[in-house]
Design a protein around this ligand. Structure first.
Ligand SMILES: Cc1cc2nc3c(=O)[nH]c(=O)nc-3n(C[C@H](O)[C@H](O)[C@H](O)COP(=O)(O)O)c2cc1C
Ligand code: SF4
Length: 461
């Protein structure tokens, strides 16, 4: 299938470079294994099975692949954490929970090119010596789960899965496991608990780093759907060549999901760092809505810290406006936010900042697993305060209280949900305090919040 035609109206933008999404929205493309094989599918598995497993990990390390699930952790380094001379079974889990608000990429791989994921997983399992793998997919993706089941069946029938894969002596089974639809099941240790049939309470790290003590307390690799697909392309090009795509330490392509106030929201695959925020918004996404100004961007899913539209960012010797920021891991981190899961949320000046923050807080208050007090109580307190701000029933002091609550969650919890829920509030208050205070009412200044008058009221002042 060399004729790369896309469905009319769904052609990639000229600034895109499609590797992972090469077959998404392609004319005449379907999810069957025959179509995939005609396009060269499973050839990279054949190549990988002739390599030493350790050499595959070396190629992934040489490529500098960083995880696409959120933290951007180097994949080859993670694989290297598996204990040497281990006698327990090793598991590989594909994280298909895709729960971060603003992120909608993994589902398209699953829906339109499931064999790319299966091929990436078989290669990765061979590299880490896993003979059992799971795809943990969220409940809300029943169609995706059925597509994956069928793809696994087809791969079995062709000898790409099961016993003695392609006569190499390597055995592997992959099972699809459907979650119950909770954000915390995307957190890798919560996911593992859920897969074990328990309530998804995240585990504390250390000691429960999955590579050492994961599923059934055995060494386990958890990787995102997109991350595992990249492995196939690294085998095709070789790590060194693949690393030439993108920028040093920010290699490869990545899927960006743009939502919010742009003319053409959608998914775009670009070389990491090849576009600035301005080029992404103005060229690729057709610009802001008519007559609107950029208020803010959340660049990596709802838990990433917000960037103000009119701020400048000091990155090394350069002073960048928001429009100049290259969309790569390191620059977004240097600007005080993160590339996260690739969910770029664009907010224009038609939006109320209080409403946006309240919307985010409502999500996190609903999704806290409740295991740690700061997160369980704090996420709800933040939501209740922003509820009051939006309803015009908050006092200016409430904004300081809101900030204090966020700061007391951050860094004080079992899992990174603590940061995921507190960073939006922290950054919104730091960057948009005047806007938030403008939605409060000074006449509602509440003496109960003032400890001195509280003491006075109790006759103790
Ligand atoms: C609260 C929370 C939710 C997460 N949700 C997801 C998710 O839906 N999908 C995902 O791939 N990673 C998610 N992650 C990150 C995973 O814990 C883990 O780091 C990731 O799956 C590792 O894959 P990668 O190295 O390929 O990125 C989440 C993390 C946290 C703290
Ligand atoms: S930080 Fe929140 S989500 Fe994570 S374990 Fe604690 S209560 Fe649960």
């Amino acid at each position: 299938m060399s004729d790369l035609k896309y469905i009319a109206g769904k052609e990639p933008h000229p600034r895109e470079r499609r590797m992972i999404f090469k077959n998404v929205d392609r004319e005449g493309w379907d999810q069957s294994i025959d179509t995939y094989e005609k396009d060269g599918g499973y050839e990279m598995l054949k190549k990988a099975l002739k390599m030493e497993p350790g050499d595959i990990t070396s190629e992934v390390k040489a490529g500098g692949l960083r995880g696409r699930g959120g933290a951007g952790f180097p994949t080859g380094v993670k694989w290297g954490f598996l204990p040497p001379n281990n006698e327990k079974p090793v598991y590989l889990i594909c994280n298909a929970d895709e729960s971060e608000p603003g992120t909608f990429k993994d589902r398209y791989i699953i829906h339109q090119d499931p064999h790319q994921l299966i091929e990436g997983m078989v290669i990765s399992c061979f590299a880490v010596n896993a003979k059992l793998a799971y795809i943990y997919i969220r409940e809300e993706f029943p169609e995706g789960a059925a597509i994956l089941e069928k793809a696994i069946e087809e791969a079995h029938a062709k000898g790409y899965l099961g016993k003695d894969i392609l006569g190499t002596g390597f055995d592997l089974e992959i099972y699809v496991h459907r979650g119950a639809g909770a954000y915390i099941c995307g957190e890798e240790t919560g996911l593992i608990e859920s897969l074990e049939g328990k309530r998804p309470y995240p585990r504390i790290k250390p000691p429960y780093f999955p590579a050492a003590m994961g599923l059934y307390l055995c060494p386990t690799i958890v990787n995102n759907v997109e991350t595992l697909c990249h492995v196939k392309h690294i085998i095709e090009l070789g790590g060194e060549e693949w690393a030439k795509i993108g920028k040093p330490n920010n290699t490869g392509t990545r899927l960006l999901c743009v939502s919010g106030d742009v003319q053409k929201p959608g998914y775009y695959e670009v070389e990491v760092g090849s576009l600035t925020m301005g080029e992404l918004i103005n060229d690729v996404c057709g610009g802001l809505k008519e007559g609107r100004k950029l208020l803010a961007v959340i660049p990596g899913g709802s838990s990433a810290k917000v960037l103000r539209g009119d701020e400048t960012y000091q990155v090394g010797d350069d002073e960048l406006t928001i429009w100049d920021i290259p969309m790569d891991f390191d620059t977004l981190a240097a600007c005080g936010s993160m590339a996260g899961s690739g969910g770029v949320i664009v907010i224009d000046d038609s939006r109320s900042i209080s409403w946006v923050l309240n919307n985010i807080n409502a999500f996190y208050a609903h999704e806290s697993c409740g295991q740690c007090t700061p997160c369980r109580e704090g996420s709800l307190w933040m939501k209740k305060i922003t509820d009051r701000v939006v309803a015009g029933k908050a006092s200016p002091q409430d904004i300081d209280t809101l900030y204090g609550v966020a700061k007391n969650i951050d860094g004080r919890t079992i899992c990174a949900f603590g940061e995921a829920c507190s960073w939006p509030t922290e950054s919104f208050v730091e960057k948009f305090k005047d806007e938030l205070v403008a939605d409060t009412k000074p006449e509602l200044s509440d003496d109960i919040l003032n400890p001195e008058s509280e003491l006075a009221a109790a006759g103790l002042g």
